[in-house]
Design a protein. Structure first.
Length: 471
């Protein structure tokens, strides 16, 4: 009996030390490595199990394997040439802000595009459905959530008709996001001939426990028209029908050569999920506007934290004014430092956050880190309800960034995200106006507000903040 107990003891501690060694060798952030080390030591069996479920980024090795396969088909996917010379079409005063994205993505800006903001599902869904109904060649949809309801039903019917017309219709849903809709509306899609795949779905056989890795990218490509931004497919994005419990958001209709890049991005996601890559044989659409765009794709398979560094780079290049709107604000230390530095340089820095968050613990953790920004001169407003899910960045009258990524640890370190950099003064002004209107209706939060909080509230906020890397 003693021998058996000794074997169990050794096995339990071997499991803990295996988790510790893996964390020490693979984690980029020392705080993350320290946290998992402590968890594995203090919680035998449970700690290593949690690390297996939430800590190991199996997607990294899978992503690298995919890139090696793609190199044989299209070498620029795996080893894109670094654009040494600055793009001629970018004015000199914008080069400092353009350079970080070029160096981190190895891609120039793509000119000749039109990017049109669509507010909430009330504007976005009709435009998206019209594009699906007009598509003749292909309909590609990637979404985090595809939730049962009237909107989901409308998309399913439009996709059914597209299949009947002979279009190639594909839907990619995140494996965790699919759990938001237990009725499984995609079964109807499959029955109608739509190709449906899931991104890293959790399962026991064959085992896949990487439930912390999610495809948060949102895009719809219908021939020469595409959509991207932050909106999922769900009824509560329509504020006319859900004025109180709905979700505010901004999506974007894209036309021009950037649609080709979004099509490429979808096929990469599809290949990641299926193991089969389809060559990008559709020609790039013709010029449709004046926006210069660049996609920024990031995920656990990247050698660098691309989005985190792009955010830091453009914030550091700002000279006059920065406007940020985001639903979840738990940025990295690097971004925090960049924002404080910008404010201290005299750059007007405005951040708009939801006044009521759908995840209260995210809001409480955010309140704990705000004093460091407020002391540096950053100004923060809480937006009036309903909950605002928009992710917008507007800088210095010309630069905008849109997409799926929040300013939190999950988006910057764990999720697969897709953002778009846009150099267009007209679009910038529209987004800046949207953010400023939210400011006029919102409430500014000050240091005095935070200092007046009771001790129990401050402790609650701090407790949530400690776990912010895992929220």
């Amino acid at each position: 009996m003693l021998f058996f107990e000794a074997l169990v003891f050794l096995a339990v501690h071997a499991l803990s030390w295996a988790a510790i060694c893996h964390a020490l060798l693979t984690k980029r952030d020392p705080r993350s490595a320290l946290g998992w080390t402590a968890t594995a030591l203090l919680l035998p069996v449970l700690g290593p199990t949690l690390y297996m479920l939430f800590g190991i980024s199996r997607a990294e090795s899978r992503a690298h394997r995919l890139m090696r396969r793609l190199a044989a088909v299209e070498p620029e996917y795996a080893h894109p040439p670094f654009p040494q010379e600055p793009p001629e079409q970018v004015p000199a005063h914008l080069l400092e802000m353009e350079l970080p994205g070029r160096r981190l993505t190895n891609r120039h800006l793509c000119g000749g595009n039109a990017v049109i903001p669509l507010h909430n599902g009330d504007m976005a869904y009709p435009a998206m459905l019209d594009a699906v109904n007009q598509a003749k060649d292909h309909v590609y949809l990637a979404t985090y959530i595809f939730k049962s309801g009237a909107v989901c039903g409308a998309f399913a019917e439009a996709m059914r008709k597209a299949v009947v017309r002979g279009a190639d219709v594909r839907v990619l849903i995140d494996g965790i996001g699919a759990l938001y809709s237990p009725s499984r509306p995609w079964k109807h899609l499959l029955a109608q001939g739509v190709k449906v795949e899931f991104f890293l779905p959790p399962r026991l056989f064959p085992p896949n426990f990487g439930i912390n890795l999610r495809n948060h990218r949102k895009m719809l490509i219908c021939d020469d028209t595409a959509f991207t931004g932050g909106i999922n497919v769900a009824d509560n994005n329509c504020l006319r029908k859900h004025p109180r419990d709905g979700i505010q958001d901004v999506h974007f209709c894209c036309r021009g050569p950037v649609v080709h890049d979004l099509r490429r991005a979808f096929l990469l996601n599809w290949g990641f999920s299926t193991g089969s890559y389809d060559p990008l044989d559709s020609p790039a659409p013709p010029s449709a506007g004046e926006s210069r765009c660049r996609l920024v794709m990031d995920g656990p398979g990247s050698d660098v934290e691309i989005l985190n560094e792009v955010f830091c780079g453009v914030i550091s290049a700002a000279r006059h004014i920065i406007r940020i709107m985001t639903p979840y604000f738990l940025p990295s230390h690097d971004i925090m430092a960049s924002l404080r530095s910008a404010a201290r340089r005299g750059v007007e820095t405005r951040i708009v956050l939801p006044g009521g968050n759908n995840l209260p613990y995210m809001h409480w953790a955010m309140l704990r880190l705000l004093p460091a920004l407020l002391r540096a001169g950053v100004r923060v407003w809480l937006q009036a309800p309903p909950f605002a899910h928009s992710k917008l960045l507007a800088i210095d009258g010309s630069y905008s960034q849109i997409g799926s990524a929040n300013l939190d640890a999950r988006s910057l370190h764990l999720n697969f995200e897709l953002n778009m950099e846009i150099f267009d003064a007209g679009l910038h002004d529209k987004l800046a106006g949207h953010i400023d209107r939210a400011i006029t209706k919102g409430r500014e939060i000050t240091l005095k507000d935070l200092e007046r909080q009771s001790l129990p509230v401050k402790l609650r906020n701090a407790a949530c903040w400690i776990f912010s890397p895992y929220l």
